[in-house]
Design a protein around this ligand. Structure first.
Ligand code: HSE
Length: 316
């Protein structure tokens, strides 16, 4: 029987991974958005949000709607979608809220259309949704949201995505309760880079990718350094330097701004260290009088996934 309804979980993501501006990202197990999609036999997209964020229902102004419109442009038959989203990822938090919506919508829609599009097609569609949220096309949130794991966007043409193997890692997300818009955080960046900084940075990108492949935690740690973007953006995040120092003292491998912020992320080898990083960050922001939300998650290996409903009355 043809499936005409699906519920997916679309994961939060950490873009950049400190040194890899616009080219590296990873997916988290949680938080995630829950998106229910129904296939319609008319060319229409209807969107509802069951959350407190007041996101637009107009498909041309909504990241899920724009991504689905891009997908529908490549569908010949008459089809449309009813989309109901409950956001678990706060908009403007720096952990890929808009990417989760866009990626979840197109992965779910593709399943209802018989999986006719490739993952890279879905990234192309989802990037159109991302563009309306951040003002620029970048795939370092949508690629890990769709592929899962840690991804390298070698090129946006194609796109050319490389899935990078990785050792066991725990990610602490620290979200001070302020909002930073990706479009604003991109606007402040200088468009030119000194050659010596570029050399330093690509050494770190290559080091980080090698460290992940080799499961070399020390190499991962010392490569988590950004001499280009972080020095310009860290002023947008109160307590950034202090939280980073506390986390390194607690034993984190390293970390920095998650995407364009305001969340910070710290990579840890052990769950106990990830918990200590979380405790220290909460204490730091409590002292500063700034509310903070935190999460600890493993790296999500699967990306957007269909939610499998538990069978009522099942004996486990
Ligand atoms: N690479 C993008 C940026 C990610 O840093 O602007 C935004 O989440």
């Amino acid at each position: 029987m043809k499936q005409n309804r699906i519920v997916v979980r679309a994961p939060a993501t950490v873009a950049n991974l400190v040194c890899g501006f616009d080219v590296l990202g990873l997916a988290l197990d949680h938080p995630y958005d829950r998106i229910a999609i129904t296939l319609l036999d008319e060319r229409v997209i209807r969107i509802t949000h069951d959350d407190e964020y007041g996101l637009p229902a107009d498909p041309e102004k909504n990241v899920m709607g724009v991504a689905l419109l891009a997908l529908l442009k490549e569908v010949k038959e008459v089809a449309g979608f009813d989309v109901a989203c409950t956001k678990g990822i706060r908009p403007g938090s720096g952990i890929g809220s808009s990417a989760a919506g866009a990626a979840g919508a197109v992965v779910g829609a593709n399943k209802l259309l018989g999986n006719r599009f490739s993952k890279n097609d879905l990234i192309r569609f989802a990037m159109e949704g991302e563009k309306i949220a951040s003002g620029a096309r970048h795939a370092d949130n949508v690629a890990p949201a769709i592929y899962g794991g840690i991804t390298l966007i070698r090129s946006m043409e194609g796109p050319d995505i490389v899935q990078i193997p990785f050792p066991e890692l725990y990610v602490t997300i620290i979200h001070p309760q302020i909002e930073v818009k990706t479009a604003d955080a991109r606007q402040i960046l200088k468009t030119r880079v000194e050659l010596k900084d570029a050399v330093h940075q690509w050494g770190n990108v290559a080091g980080l990718v090698s460290g992940l492949f080799l499961k070399d935690y020390e190499l991962i740690g010392r490569s988590l350094e950004d001499v280009i973007v972080e020095p310009q953006r860290c002023i947008l995040i109160p307590g950034f330097e202090e939280v980073k120092k506390d986390s390194l003292r607690a034993g984190a491998l390293g970390g920095g701004i998650s995407g364009s912020g305001p969340s910070l992320f710290m990579l840890c080898k052990d769950p106990s260290v990830a918990a200590e990083v979380e405790t220290m960050a909460k204490e730091r922001y409590n002292k500063m009088g700034l509310p903070v939300l935190t999460y600890i998650s493993k790296v999500n290996e699967y990306g957007v996934q269909e939610e499998v409903m538990p069978i009522v009355g099942a004996v486990s």
